[in-house]
Design a binder for this molecule. Sequence first.
Ligand code: HEC
Ligand code: HEC
Length: 344
Amino acid sequence: MRQPFIASFAISLLTLPVLAQGLPTPQEAERYRLPTTPTTAENIARSKKVELGYELFFDARLSGNESISCASCHLPTKGWSTNGRPKRANDTVMPRASQTVLGMGHTSNEKRGWGANRESAVVLMKAVISEAGPMNVKPPELVAKLNDVPAYKALFHTVYGRDGDMDAVIDALDIFMKSIEYPKTRFDHWIAGNPLALTDAEVKGFRTFTGETANCTTCHGGPRFTQDAMHDIGLKVDAAKPDKGLGDVTKKAEDDFAFKTPTLRSAAQRAPYGHDGQVASLDALVEHYMKGGEARPTLSFEIQRFSLTAEEKSNLVAFLQSLDPATQEFLPPLKIAKVAAERP
Ligand code: HEC
Ligand code: HEC
């Protein structure tokens, strides 16, 4: 008599949440499973080159007046970005929001910047660490300053067999950027088969996200939640100073207002949204998509007006929020970097 009782008790415990919330279908599990990768912390511990890039990324010495580091605009706790348009070392505000550098090693589009305006990450970083760039720094002075720090000098010798120079600085940063991995989220635990990892509302929101009405996955499908493609999603354009994105690079009218599709992982930490931070919240962004964006010839044909009930809309937002790691990854302590003071 005891055995069946225990068995049925166990089954009801297991099946109740399954019935309430559902598991991913085999197709969903297949399509949305993140590749198994080490965590960022493991990557930093594993290689001296990554460790050097990690120290440099957080070091305020990289800006002329030592007020900001790369991390000031690409904060791990803000989805490797910032909230709103960031300030350069000279206190002026940048025209575009910081882009996330999360999962950079996995992107298929080597061109960088919201408008694919830089040929590669290396080209972009050279522009950033310059007198005209946001760091406001003279590279020869920076290199001399780094070599004056014995721990840096020793690390440059261990990794590159020579004193630090700009090529070494950029190379180490580039390798570090590629080691910034997607932290596991509750969504990933759900995809891996834990039915309790997501709430009922979040599961429904995922189905709205992948459904034909909202059509989000044409551009944000797969485990990285981006295909890295360039699109015009019909955001407002500043008539006085239009940022034409890809169009400014290719000079082709059909490319106007196309920007790179960002990953949605950790997006909940990165409000406001869009390349210039013009959309205040996830809620407002979903409303933008529902209205279908500003009508203009370059508007992607995938962006079309649709309607959701208030509940479907709030479920969709709940799902987007579930792509946020519940706990922050504990990065190793910095040993050399002069960490920049937090800016208001
Ligand atoms: C003052 C803020 C600021 C600082 C400091 C800064 N960035 Fe950025 N970063 C941005 C902005 C804004 C963009 C988007 C640029 C664009 O669209 O042209 C960006 C874009 C990037 C990208 C492109 C991401 C992609 O997927 O296309 C990389 C890589 C990057 N930054 C790395 C760095 C590194 C490395 C440093 C330090 C040397 C750094 N950034 C310092 C604001 C900053
Ligand atoms: C036609 C392709 C396309 C479709 C369809 C699309 N998006 Fe996007 N999404 C983009 C692009 C491109 C951007 C960046 C636009 C910009 O900054 O100008 C973006 C930005 C975002 C962002 C901001 C992320 C960040 O870190 O700043 C979120 C969130 C988002 N989309 C969610 C959605 C949702 C939810 C749907 C479905 C309702 C959707 N998208 C449909 C292409 C698309």
